[in-house]
Design a protein around this ligand. Sequence first.
Ligand code: BMA
Length: 834
Amino acid sequence: MPHSAAQINLAGTWQLQGAPLPAPIDIEIPGDVYSALIKAQIAPHPYWGRNELAWLKFAKECWTIRRSFELSQELASNSLAYLSIYAIDTCAALLINGQPVHENRSMFIPLLCNVAPYLRRGANQLEVQFESAELYAAARAARHPYPVPTSQFPVQSSHRNFVRKVQCHAGWDWGPALMTAGLYGQVVIDFNRALAIEQCSALPTLRGSQGEVQLMLQLFCQQPGSYSLQLRLGERQQQRTLQLEAGRHTLQESISIDNPQLWWPAGYGSQPRYQLTCEIAGNLRSWPLAFRHLKLESREDRYGSLFQPIINGMAILSRGANWIPTDALPAAQSAARSYHLLDSAVAANMNMLRVWGGGQYEPNWFYEYCDSIGLMIWQDCMFSCSLYPADSSFLSLVQQEVECQLLRLRHHPSIVLWCGNNENVGALGWYEESQRARDRYIVDYDRLNEGVIGTTVRRVDPSRPFWPSSPCNGIDDYSDNWHDDSRGDMHYWSVWHEGKSFEAYREVIPRFCSEFGFQSLPSLKSIASYADPHDWNPTSPVMEHHQRHPRGNSIILETISRYFRFPKDLPNIIYLSQLQQALAIQWAVEYWRAHRERCAGMLYWQLNEVWPGASWSSIEHNGDWKLLHYAARRFYAPLHIAGYVEEAPRGADRQQHIILYSELLEETECQVELRWYSAAGRLLEKRDFSRRLQPRTAVEVEELAPAQLRDLQPILFMHLWSLQRPQLCAKNILLYEAPKRYALAKVNIEVALATMTGKAEGASGISIRLSATQPALYVALAYQKSWSGFSDNLLHLLPGEERQINYPMPPEHLVTPEQFRSELEIFDLASSGL
Ligand code: BMA
């Protein structure tokens, strides 16, 4: 919360001008040019149909935005007037009253500039002239002595690597190419007469049981004299008098408290925070921070070396996903949308997200929210899937970027690691140019990544590990880590990109898998947001346009045919595509979690998406959960049970494994029920037993099905619960063959609906009771063509078992059970095929 003697906020309606516009139009700032063009209906929405293609021409345009504002005599007479803009996107000249003030070349370096000399009493005008980032990048690339290639995507803007702008604005294998321009975050002027805070950055550390905050303060003093600096941390206060000459001063201050409570990741403890306040000459900075011990353990072990985050001395199992920007149009991003996604992550038992390097450093409120809910953040620097130039002007911009981003963010307990880039070590081997002249590109890589990014990170934030690249083999080891599961982090893409079967997830045990993913088609509700019903076919041009992976739909359909009987219609194609996505990720997680001492983390690709379309996400663009997200809540849960069958060489018996998992903090007495059913619903065998589960372990049980059962194609239903806390329970099934090999009898699922009218939040809505006379597998509910909103989804029904699922609705939107039934669809495995 910055505060100064006086502030004017320049957010609001500005005017936008550009060659494609006959007359100026309104633009909301903070916001972006393309969003203003959409609002003024200059071109139809780029997310609908194939409209995006008609927007590509706008990337070559220049745009000017301006607004005027009034200054009183009193404000205008201040000799300190700091214009502060969180992000200027990107290549832009800033003018005040016609005079050039600033040339911008990076959207990752916030502007802070004393503009007092340009201001006057009465009317003032602020103008930002954007040149085309695409043409700027192309001109830089043309001037560069040799080519610097990037990964190519079906719709894209070239040479993104030459401009410090969100890299996926240029298009990706899940998103459109919308090279917009704009101003984001706060746009304010802070006025002062005597003194201004230019920088205030805190680094909390723990020395034994003492919490200490080191504060770097950069002040600009206009009026020499004595100033009182007041610091507060929780209950602790301290004050110091400073004698300051005119000019800039950089001070190192510190304040400590004894025995602060420790911050823990979600699921391992609470997230106590302490408010830090710094006040001088009417300038105030204040924000919450927290204390925790952090170590990335990398000692050698018998498998290679660990990649184990240790928080407060405890080895944490990192479970989560990769985060990309919440929308391709910056003006459509909002705190509310991010909070929903972050809450959804925690609701699915995640404790870590990776802010991926092709996107953006998120705003302060993003990290503050993660701090408050215990989500750990793996923070990439914003470089991805490309080679990058390393000329001095580029390096100087990057150095400023990394320095100011780290100073802004380093007090957040949620951030546990800084990583240099996404997949840039791998990229060294991807292109003909770098294969032919590898030395040149390796030197460039090293100058940028180690020379600038690594050096700056280590200097500005020695409290966290710097991981050179994701994936990579380790600190000071620059080898590509795509297929090495003995050390470092891994991106395991052999299933999706190399077309291996889901079993291939069991061919590796990564030390930490920071990416692995499988695509699905979006829900029909999402498809309806970009395609007319006559285009609702996976291979229609519109649906293919919203699938950016060149082989994406083919892989989805081919995989369906490997595992399932071919689906009977589009809703069932979507259902099976989402089911197989959930199964792919579940297979990987359940296997890697079973090797808890070896694999310390798994972050699937990807949590969210920037526009509606086919993608690897578990949450749709509109915030709706896909079936994978429901599955994630189960396979990431602290208490879990799973089984798998290991293929054996010809003639040998296949091995079956059943694993019990606990990430609970205390020893737990658990009850286990195993039920083997035939596909027709006959109970073949059962085992009931109890087990004591040690905290943070995975153990295999011996109570397995007799060997002869396996020839009968059984379905194993597994149920595990804690005897102390029966609400902590896990359910799962195991199929011994690919689902398509089962001759499943068609299932009749009984549905009984009732209205819930409770007053509390989530207590009103529709309750759904489900039951079946035969085993019903992978039962999925959709309301108004979306899987989202149900208290549970993608579940199994045992014969005779009744399950209740709620669909909360606020009282004002409550519908009758009959109305609800008319838009409720129920899918299950046996009914999905032709
Ligand atoms: C990864 C990511 C992304 C990409 C994804 C799917 O390796 O880093 O660049 O979108 O794969 O192909």
